[in-house]
Write a protein that binds this ligand. Structure first.
Ligand code: ATP
Ligand code: MG
Length: 324
């Protein structure tokens, strides 16, 4: 569904006026809605596009690569929405070469309310509703793994993190998880799926934003593991629960572990997912936090090498930029 028509010139102008180091100072007024590992999500404050979210992906070396990504992204959205039945915001994309010749891809989605994103809403919801939110995420996830189990041709991966889900009709003034409210899934920038066992997108793309001096070691040690994780319901659930460490709510983890295991045993017994443990969640979180913080510092070193020493372009936007 490429139903969103956005003015290409506006995005060219935005891209041209963007300082990846200080994205908020961009010439076309913009706000960062979220930082991903490979994309940065913007709201652009210009009439006609204020209700959209723009995810900028500067990872491609050639237009051929970008076209392949575009095809995978389209098909991934179609699978999730039409075959699997997730609720997704309306979306489209814009692809072009920027002034320096670099291919730039923007995923465009309808912008969903800021406080309705899971990792924000969870801080407003009463405890019982947060537990119910996680259960609802598990229900959505089980649609994906039921799909994977009921046929052999396609295997679809999903990143179940709490920050990837928005609550429909969420009211921050009266923060409850309303009966029957749907969840929207927003994170489509890593469109991983396998057809007859063959990955449709080269996972190398996701190493592009990594410093070149690290890429080989990441490829060797983590790439396969990180990619496989998203195909595994058990590990996706561990990741989801581990988010509660990151969000400063470790007090909820014992209950969450119990609820996840009840869900696995009672509601999706046919999928045969192994139960998760608190210990597993804790060690996963420690390792994950360490890897990502090291990774971010290395990227900052890489940015320094590019911009200050080599005086070259550094196209990636890193989180933790001081907004002044
Ligand atoms: N359609 C949207 N409307 C409003 N906010 C959004 C939308 N899409 C994404 N965001 C915000 O941006 C954040 C990151 O988006 P998303 O998960 O799609 O990016 P990502 O690059 O895949 O991130 P990560 O690699 O961290 O999972 C979200 O958690 C949310 O806060
Ligand atoms: Mg995400």
């Amino acid at each position: 569904m490429s139903d969103m028509q956005v003015d290409l010139d506006l995005l060219r102008e935005f891209e041209q006026g963007l300082d990846p180091r200080y994205p908020e100072r961009s010439k076309v007024p913009a706000r960062v809605l979220g930082y991903g590992e490979i994309s940065t999500v913007f709201a652009i404050e210009v009439d006609g596009v204020r209700d959209l979210a723009f995810k900028r992906l500067p990872i491609f070396h050639t237009t051929g690569e970008m076209e392949q990504y575009q095809a995978a992204h389209e098909e991934y959205n179609r699978l999730l929405e039409e075959e699997i039945g997730l609720h997704m915001p309306a979306h489209g994309h814009v692809a072009f070469l920027c002034d320096t010749g670099r291919p730039i891809f923007y995923i465009i989605q309808k912008q969903l309310p800021y406080s309705s994103v899971g990792n924000r809403a969870m801080h407003l919801l009463p405890r019982e509703d947060t537990l119910a939110l996680v259960r609802q995420i598990l229900l959505e996830l089980s649609k994906v793994w039921s799909f994977n189990a009921r046929q052999d041709r396609l295997q679809v991966a999903l990143d179940g993190q709490i920050s990837n889900w928005c609550i429909e009709g969420f009211d921050p003034q009266n923060p409850r998880l309303k009966e029957g409210a749907s969840l929207w899934y927003v994170d489509t920038s890593t469109p991983l799926f396998r057809v007859q066992g063959v990955e449709q997108l080269d996972p190398e793309l996701f190493l592009r934003s990594a410093p070149s001096f690290l890429a080989w070691v990441l490829r060797l040690l983590f790439l396969e593991d990180v990619v496989n994780r998203y195909y595994d319901f058990h590990r996706v659930a561990v990741d989801l629960v581990a988010n509660f460490y990151k969000e400063q709510r470790p007090d909820m983890i014992p209950d969450l572990v119990e609820r996840v295991n009840d869900f696995f045993a009672q509601e999706v017994a046919h999928l045969g997912v192994q139960p998760i443990t608190e210990k597993e969640v804790r060690s996963y979180y420690r390792e994950d936090a360490l890897i990502w913080s090291l990774y971010l510092s290395m990227r900052k070193v890489d940015r320094f090498i590019h911009t200050r020493l080599l005086r070259r372009e550094y196209p990636y936007i890193l989180p933790g930029t001081i907004v002044r």
